[in-house]
Design a protein around this ligand. Structure first.
Ligand code: HEC
Length: 514
């Protein structure tokens, strides 16, 4: 059997024991507390509004949505003191602190929400998809902006900024290509990455040249441009509202989590940081976060990208800007191997595990993430390296590059795609929200569904192979900045884990079906 399937089955087998919301776990029924209430807007009881509950002294916040009757319920809470607040696009946040719940008791709190009128606050509340839709521009101009500015932080920085024509021209030139952008605060990428900055007119993407983009930006986000009305997508209704979202705040300032993977034993969710040399883990039961500094390379920006498990349960991480693979032993909590790539490789963020058959020798794969499509296969025992050519998106012989080849994100098509492993047939599921940039998708072979959390739209997308239906679930907080997301399905109902890079959070998402 293919090694990748091993890991997946292992996750499913272990999942049952870790299914709980941290607040629910280990609590016996009579010890559980709950908080319920209603949310009322101008037009009466409000459906599909997020309400968050934060236990005093904890690093995580749990969100549920109001149902058709405007009611929300937090079940299975640990007794204690909570702050409860609304998080509803278009409305001001209302918050009540010091709600004490005792074991076996239920506390009640009702909210009355007022429309938000402050433009910058509305910008904060909107997804990049909603902001782009709201820009007072032609579809072609929006397309050009999405093409040029959609990848890293998207519409948000544009919407909240105002600059003169000269300043926009400077910013556009600076933002010109991925290589010339460095994670804020570091020393800059290797010099070979910089390219000439002024981008010429393009046939495929008309209006995306530096000058046109700067002019458009200045027209609607110049010093005197009027603010534009922001149109939010309709709120969730019906089954879209039946979700529990928990956000774990990484306590380190400026944390930018990149990749998440569930520990094969199911105790922790591990993550890498995109702009800092840190690995970290979230304790699934308690929500506690622990971080591990990883050695860096002088004159190379810090940051890690991909994470994979090797069959011995070590974590393999791609240290992207430093161009190397790091092996971390999660039991001893130490780095146990470092493999450098040639200096010409500006970035080496991709890592994988290769094995010819279940008992074959283990090899590591490290790939030149963006520039040249090449990789090295490393024998971790002997340190021997073999260079391999890579085909974009395809597997490398028997190497698992951390993708689910059955499901994938198709960015250009704004769809997620299922490839039937037997027949090779492809099924495409179009994402409903505009401007989505689905990076990847994961499959749940038990329920025949695929999941994705595409950048730009800040929604979880579920594609059902049985019914052909696509369902989108809004999220309470928006990632906005670089939203490369990895998800693993784990329990029943399945739990998705992904990052909110901009806010420095690890997110747990569960659709409940009872
Ligand atoms: C390759 C990634 C990338 C692309 C593409 C990109 N940016 Fe940026 N941009 C960044 C980074 C990184 C920052 C620094 C702020 C940060 O750390 O988040 C930034 C910052 C900004 C800021 C300043 C925000 C502030 O208030 O500090 C503006 C404005 C901005 N970008 C506009 C644009 C525009 C307009 C485009 C399209 C022409 C664009 N960006 C394309 C990566 C990118």
């Amino acid at each position: 059997m293919h090694f990748r399937n091993h890991i997946f089955i292992l996750f499913l087998a272990l999942a049952g024991s870790t299914a709980g919301n941290p607040w629910v776990s280990e609590l016996r029924a009579q010890e559980e507390a709950s908080i319920r209430g209603t949310v009322t807007g101008k037009a009466g009881l409000l459906e599909g509004g997020y309400v968050g509950a934060h236990a005093t002294g904890k690093t995580f916040t749990t969100y549920v949505m109001t149902d058709a009757a405007g009611q929300f319920t937090f079940r299975g809470l640990a007794p204690g003191s909570y702050g409860v607040f609304t998080r509803i696009p278009g409305f001001r946040t209302v918050r009540t602190d010091g709600i004490n719940v005792e074991a076996g008791k239920e506390a009640a709190v009702d909210f009355q929400v007022e429309p938000e009128t402050d433009f910058l606050k509305l910008v904060e509340q909107a997804t990049n998809s909603e902001l782009t839709e709201s820009f007072p521009l032609s579809p072609a101009q929006k397309e050009a902006l999405a093409y040029r500015c959609g990848d890293c932080h998207g519409a948000y920085y544009i919407a909240k900024s105002r600059f003169t024509r000269e300043d926009w021209a400077m910013i556009v030139a600076k933002m010109d290509d991925q290589g010339s952008i460095t994670p804020a605060g570091d020393m800059g990428p290797p010099p070979r990455m910089s390219r000439p900055s002024a981008r010429p007119p393009s046939v495929e993407h008309p209006g995306s040249d530096d000058e046109s983009i700067a002019r458009v930006l200045w027209q609607f986000r110049g010093p005197d441009s009027p603010d534009f009305p922001i149109q939010f997508q309709p709120r969730a209704t019906g089954k879209q509202t039946r979700v529990i979202v928990t956000e774990y705040q990484i306590p380190r300032l400026g944390a930018t989590p990149r990749t998440v993977v569930i520990d094969p034993r199911g105790d922790y969710v591990w993550y890498s940081d995109w702009r800092a040399n840190y690995l970290g883990r979230v304790n699934i039961q308690t929500g506690e976060i622990k971080e591990y500094p990883i050695p860096g390379v002088k004159f190379r920006p810090p940051g890690l990208q991909r994470l994979r498990w090797d069959p011995m349960g070590n974590l393999l991480a791609g240290q992207i800007w430093a161009g190397r693979a790091i092996r971390f032993d999660v039991n001893t909590e130490r780095v146990t191997g470092i493999w450098d790539t040639p200096l010409e490789w500006a970035r080496a963020g991709g890592v994988g595990i290769c094995r010819s058959g279940p008992d074959g020798p283990i090899r590591y794969l490290i790939t030149d993430a963006l520039v040249r499509r090449q990789g090295w296969i490393i024998d971790p025992e002997t340190d021997q390296r073999t260079e391999v050519a890579l085909r974009w998106g395809g597997p490398v012989s028997d190497c698992d590059r951390g993708r689910s080849y059955n499901w994938e994100g198709a960015r250009a098509k704004r769809a997620i795609i299922y490839r039937d492993p037997e027949t090779g047939t492809i099924r495409e599921f179009a994402i409903l929200s505009p401007w989505a940039r689905p990076q990847n998708a994961v499959g749940d072979p038990v329920r025949n569904v695929g999941w994705s959390v595409p950048a730009v739209i800040d929604r979880v997308v579920k594609a059902d192979l049985n019914t052909g239906e696509v369902t989108e679930f809004p999220l309470p907080s928006h990632g906005k900045t670089i939203l490369n997301i990895d998800i693993e399905t784990s329990s029943d109902p399945p739990v998705l884990w992904f990052v909110n890079q901009r806010q420095g959070r690890i997110v747990r998402f569960q659709e409940y079906t009872e």
